[in-house]
Structure formats: C-alpha cells, structure tokens
Design a protein around this ligand. Structure first.
Ligand code: ADP
Ligand code: MG
Length: 477
C-alpha cells in the first residue's frame, strides 16, 4: 500500500473512532494523533505529549487497535510514540518507538520531563495557564472561627497546611462537604495561603470549573506538557465545588489526575456541597477513591459560632473603618436572627457598615432591625425523618422502637408514643394519616389526639416542654 492509501485508511479509522467514543472524547484525546508509519503489521501513531500517550495507552489502546483491524485485518498491533521537535529532527529515524502493548507507564505519568526545566506553579504565567483561581486575602485561618460544627474539618485543614514534603500523607484526599455558605471556600483558601506561606509545598487552588477549563484547554492548546509539569511541582492540589465537575471526559481526566497525584504522594483537598456518595454523575471508581481518604462534613453554623464570626468580621472591618462600632447586642441580634449562612452574616454587616458610613448614624439595635429585616428567613426546616424521631424518642424514654409501633397501652409507652407523633407532626410535612400509618397503622384521629394532648401539656408541664425541646434539638442538628 502506498503512503496515500495509508492516510486514507487512517482518515477512515479516525472517523470510526470518533463515532465510537463521541466528539467530546475524540477531540480531547485523539485530535492530535498522527499516523507515522505502517510496517510489518504494526501501526505507528504519534501524539505530542507523554501524558496523552500514557492516557491513550491505558484507556484506548484496544479500541484504537480494533478500529484499525476493522479497516485492515493485517494490522496486528499499535505503537504509540511521543513526537516532539527533538524526536522529529534528530532522534526519530533511529529511535525504536515505545510499544503500546495495552500497558501503562503508571508512576511516571507526572514525572517525565522533556525539557529538563521544572515549571514552577509560582510562575504567574503558568499559574494562569493552569487557571489557578484567584484567592481572597481575607479567607485565612486567622479569620476562620472554629466551633462545634467545623472542629474536625478545621483540624484536618490545619494539618494539611502544616505538613512538610517529607511527612507521610495522612489522609488523601481530604474531602470536605457542607451546604452553601458554611465555610468550605474559606477553609480551602486558608489551606492555600498557609501552605504557600510555609513554602514547604506548593498549593494550587482551583475551582472545579477552572480545573476543567485549565485541563481541557491546555490539552487542546498543546500545553499538556506544561500542565503536567506544573502539576508535578504541586504539593497540594485544592479543588473547590467539585459538584460542578461535568462531562464524562472531564471526569475521566479528573480521575486520572487524582490517581496520579495520590499515587505520587501528593495531597489532594476537595470541597463539595455533598458527600462523595451523592456525586451521582461520577463513576464508582472515582467515588470510592474520593471516599477512601478522610471525608468530613461541616454542619450548619450554630448561633454561638455565628456570633463569633460576626465579632471577627467587625474587628476586620475596623482595620479600614476605625469608627465602625457595632454594640454586642446588635451582633447578638444578628447572630440570632440571620441564620441562613455565612454569606448572609457578611451581607448583614455590610448593610450596617454602609448605613453607618453613608448617614453617619451610630449602629443601634433599631437600625439593625430595619436594615437586616429581609435577611431574616424562617429557619429552613431540616428534613427530619420519622424513623429518626422514633429512634431518638425511644432512646430518650428507654423503650424500644417496636414498643412505639405496638398496640400496647401501658403508660410508659403511651406518652413516648404521643411525643413521637407530636414531633412527627411538627417537624415533618407528613399528613396525619401518613403518620398514623408509620406508627403501626393507626388511625389519623389517634394521631390528632396525641398531637393535641402534647400541645396541651407543654403549656403547663415545664419538664415535658424541656424534654421536647431537647428532642427537637437532637433531631434538627
Ligand atoms: P461555602 O464555600 O461553604 O459556600 P464560604 O467559605 O464562601 O462558604 O463562606 C461564606 C461566608 O461565611 C464567607 O464570608 C466566610 O468567610 C464566612 N464563614 C463561613 N464559615 C466561617 C467560619 N467558621 N469562620 C469565619 N467565617 C466563616
Ligand atoms: Mg464555596
């Protein structure tokens, strides 16, 4: 066959590949693959970087071979080589190509260095090329307030930031999840600042979007090498808002990066609004890798913590606005009423500051009430499950859950059962018949009776009222 025939064959193979893997994957991985030669049943293909080569070898070697064999049955194997300027001009003719026998060159994915000059992440050009996300100088450990809901996450973050290059990696990845405005970004940026200030290990902070953009675009613009080299220089990779990672090929790239970094003993830190098990679009292997490190949840900000955060924020604001003074009762009022999340707390203080600056009026409780009114939201009811209510009530009153569901009518079971039904009515959106059904198939009038009974009692019986408060708190935490 002539060279032109080969090229025609190659065009058809590419078409086949594209049809099989889809446009997205095709353009990520195969767009820059060239046919070099066909000799003795071996097809030699080249790609511009070792990273691409390694990726294609480990993920698509058989596919590529099958596409060739569908075109030309005489093809027995595929050889994948890295083409570079050097390889082309001087080495190529004599050099034996590296054979893609479907294997992979595991550990060396992030360690190869064609030009011998390490690229530093600190280099702003590279940092930009990687899409390193901008950092907010205010989000440091100093301004992060530790409370019950974030103690563990904070301790783990501190540990990561302080670890030295030679220290064994204790948990990898560190995976922090929490709802909106509960301090994930703050903690991740604190790690980044502190880690980079210590100078021991380079810390790169990327939002998931930047990760996708930096990675995908660098592959497409021939800078996969630079990207890989920069990753090589990274001690800690921090990825924020992982839930935004979208698309099959991006996720494959993410998985590859994650594995390569972890296998090379680099630290990975991830934040997301949900636990790994709820990242529905990720495949099982990635999910289990994510769950294999330390997974920490940060709970909602309690009133005390909100109060402390506000105090820290006022102190910080005073550095720029020395006359800004917020009486403690005002902070306590905001902490109590603006419950939603850290962003609303910040918003509330900004209103007070703006008002104070623009009108010159001192900050008072009246002013605060007026200014933050629209930030006061009814507490978002946490979704409480009936099973949880039954479990917690049974434990509190030292009866079993089946006692609660049974038809027994002894006093030591009747009262806890009524309390549990009452809680089910007040803490969930379930209807009376539904609640009855969940309590051993009782009639809705029985439930109504229980609810009224307890409502009547809590008005007079302080001890019972307190018990119920405690139960509610346990359930809503
Ligand atoms: P997330 O990334 O979880 O949505 P952020 O980290 O952006 O939340 O936090 C929202 C706001 O609340 C920020 O202004 C942040 O500084 C503040 N915040 C949240 N938790 C804390 C905390 N523990 N200490 C100090 N500030 C906090
Ligand atoms: Mg965030």
């Amino acid at each position: 066959m002539s060279n032109a025939d080969h090229q025609d064959g190659w065009t058809r193979v590419r078409g086949r590949l594209r049809a099989e893997v889809g446009d997205d994957v095709y353009s990520s991985w195969f767009a820059r693959m060239d046919l070099e030669a066909i000799e003795d049943g071996a097809v030699r293909l080249s790609v511009p970087t070792r990273f691409l080569k390694s990726w294609i070898q480990s993920h698509y070697a058989e596919r590529v071979l099958a596409c060739w064999q569908a075109e030309d049955t005489k093809v027995g194997r595929i050889e994948l080589i890295v083409r570079s300027a050097v390889l082309r001009t001087t080495v190529a003719p004599t050099r034996k190509p590296e054979v893609a026998a479907g294997g992979n060159d595991g550990g060396n994915r992030f360690n190869s260095n064609n030009n011998g000059r390490p690229i530093s992440v600190g280099d702003p050009g590279v940092h930009e090329a990687l899409g390193g996300s901008p950092l907010d100088a205010r989000l440091s450990f100093d301004s992060f307030v530790v409370g019950r809901s974030n103690t563990l996450a904070h301790a783990a973050a501190k540990q990561v930031a302080a670890a030295r290059r030679t220290d064994p990696v204790m948990f990898n990845p560190l995976y922090i999840h929490a709802g909106v405005g509960l301090g994930k970004t703050h903690l991740l940026q604190a790690i980044t600042w502190a880690g980079n200030a210590a100078g021991e290990r380079k810390v790169l902070y990327l939002t998931a979007e930047k990760f996708m953009y930096g990675f995908v675009s660098s592959l497409r613009t021939q800078t996969a090498l630079a990207f890989k080299e920069a990753l090589r220089g990274i001690g800690v990779l921090v990825i924020d808002d992982l839930q935004f990672l979208q698309g099959k090929s991006t996720q494959a790239e993410f998985c590859h990066t994650l594995n390569a970094l972890i296998d090379a003993g680099r630290q990975v830190v991830i934040a997301s609004d949900r636990p790994p098990s709820d990242l529905e679009s990720l495949d099982d292997r990635v999910r289990s890798r994510l769950a294999g490190g330390l997974v920490v949840e940060m709970g909602s900000l309690g009133e005390e913590l909100r109060f402390e955060i506000l105090k820290v924020r006022v102190m910080a604001a005073r550095a720029y606005h020395p006359t800004f003074d917020v009486p403690l009762p005002v902070l306590a009022y905001i902490a109590k009423t603006v419950t939603h999340n850290g962003r609303d707390l910040e918003g509330a203080l900004n209103r007070l500051l703006a008002h104070n600056k623009l009108t010159g009026h001192a900050v008072t409780l009246e002013m605060a009430e007026r200014e933050v009114r629209d930030l006061i939201r009814p507490q978002e009811p946490k979704r409480v499950k009936i099973e949880d209510i039954q479990r917690v009530v049974a434990r509190q009153y030292n009866v079993s859950r089946s006692d609660l569901l049974s038809s027994r009518r002894t006093a030591n079971v009747v009262r806890p059962r009524q309390v549990a039904m009452y809680l089910a009515k007040t803490l969930t959106l379930r209807s009376l018949p539904e609640i009855g059904r969940r309590f051993g198939g009782r009639d809705h009038t029985t439930v109504l009776h229980a609810v009224r009974k307890i409502e009547g009692l809590v008005g007079n019986d302080m001890a019972l009222a307190e018990e119920i408060e405690i139960l509610k708190r346990q359930l809503q935490e």
